[in-house]
Design a binder for this molecule. Structure first.
Ligand code: NAD
Length: 319
């Protein structure tokens, strides 16, 4: 018999956006003759971040952007370096490879990056808009808000996989879908659960401590998601949440962790965004579509965010 499932690589999804992004960069030739400039700050010597930075550089240059990696040997100087880039008119976008301090100071640094240059979408204003399902920065609805790039990348992957049903009105396209997200960090898991629920899904958000349910209520009666505690984490509770899941998304930062394949219903869509392989190969026997990594789509979203930031800046200048 023909094997039922397929593995979908992030590069294939990213390709969908390459044309759109490249064309837009070309239309900006009059205002950015050398191409928009993205600056990446690396202050943790993390080899995974090094690899991500080199991919980002390659992707940038292939689409007409400029990319500059700034290595900061002493992390206590990072804040000053970010402020300098904030002030520098030649810099369009800024990103920082986290973790740096691995504590609340990292959240402080996220807010040091100028909102107008925050390609990762980590600024508080963008987060608050996302959690409240607000799509614009201004009353006139001219300036689109920015979404955090990894959760956005996963939304775009779900669109590519046709989990978003385009026959439904925008904003409700996940109505009826059940999703499990194993990770509730403030960078990816929680914003992702909120985004999916805002689009109409029932989302089980799982972390080491407990399980929460994000929804817009019965018949999507609320305009933004609500959260309900389902209790402390247990394998039994995870299994129950997965029993009729359409989508299972993992982001556990550990090489040892493997999502139990026996919890995956036949034909579910499985996506891993962790840099570790959270599913073992047996996932392919269960999943309809399996996406083993997402980083390349994240980079596309970073560049897409950067173009949006430039557009917003130009619109504000024109006002
Ligand atoms: P984090 O350490 O802040 O969060 C990890 C989350 O996983 C927490 O919510 C934790 O409770 C949960 N978790 C850990 N072990 C678990 C278990 N056994 N069962 C259930 N939940 C568990 O990490 P992060 O910043 O969210 O990053 C997670 C991973 O995603 C890392 O590998 C990181 O490199 C990767 N990442 C990828 C991208 C991308 O674009 N692909 C972007 C950002 C981060």
């Amino acid at each position: 018999a023909v094997k039922p499932g397929a593995t979908i690589l992030a590069s294939k999804v990213a390709k969908e956006y390459a044309d759109e992004i490249t064309k837009k960069v070309e239309t900006m030739k009059d205002i950015r003759p050398q191409g928009p400039l993205l600056v990446g700050f690396l202050a943790n010597g993390d080899p995974a971040a090094e690899m991500y930075a080199s991919w980002t550089k390659k992707t940038c240059e292939s689409m007409g952007f400029r990319y500059e990696l700034r290595r900061i040997d002493d992390k206590d100087f990072l804040e000053e370096a970010i402020i300098e880039a904030n002030r520098d008119d030649s810099v369009d976008g800024i990103m920082v490879y986290y973790p740096i301090f691995g504590n609340a100071q990292d959240q402080y640094l996220q807010q040091v990056v100028a909102r107008e240059k925050d390609v990762e979408g980590l600024n508080h204003v963008y987060y608050q808009n996302m959690y409240h399902n607000v799509r614009f920065l201004d009353e006139e609805k001219q300036l689109k808000s920015i979404l955090p790039c990894t959760p956005l990348a996963i939304v775009k992957i779900l669109e590519y996989l046709k989990i978003y049903n385009t026959l439904l009105p925008e904003g409700n396209r996940l109505y009826g879908k059940k999703c499990v997200v194993v990770n509730r960090s403030e960078i990816v898991g929680r914003p992702l659960a909120a985004l999916l629920a805002n689009d109409g899904a029932i989302v089980y958000s799982v972390d080491v401590n407990n399980v929460q349910k994000f929804t817009r209520g019965e018949s999507l009666k609320f305009t933004k998601h609500h959260v309900e505690d389902l209790g402390p984490y247990s394998d039994a509770l995870l299994k129950e949440c997965c029993s009729d899941a359409d989508v299972i998304i993992t982001g556990v930062p550990s090489e040892k962790y493997k999502f139990p394949t026996e919890y995956i219903p036949d034909g579910a869509v499985c996506i891993n965004f962790s840099s570790s392989k959270n599913f073992d190969d047996s996932v392919k026997k269960k999943a309809s579509l399996y996406v083993p990594m997402t980083g390349k789509v994240t980079i596309s979203m970073l560049l897409r965010n950067m173009l949006r930031l430039i557009e917003n800046t130009e619109k504000l200048k024109a006002k």
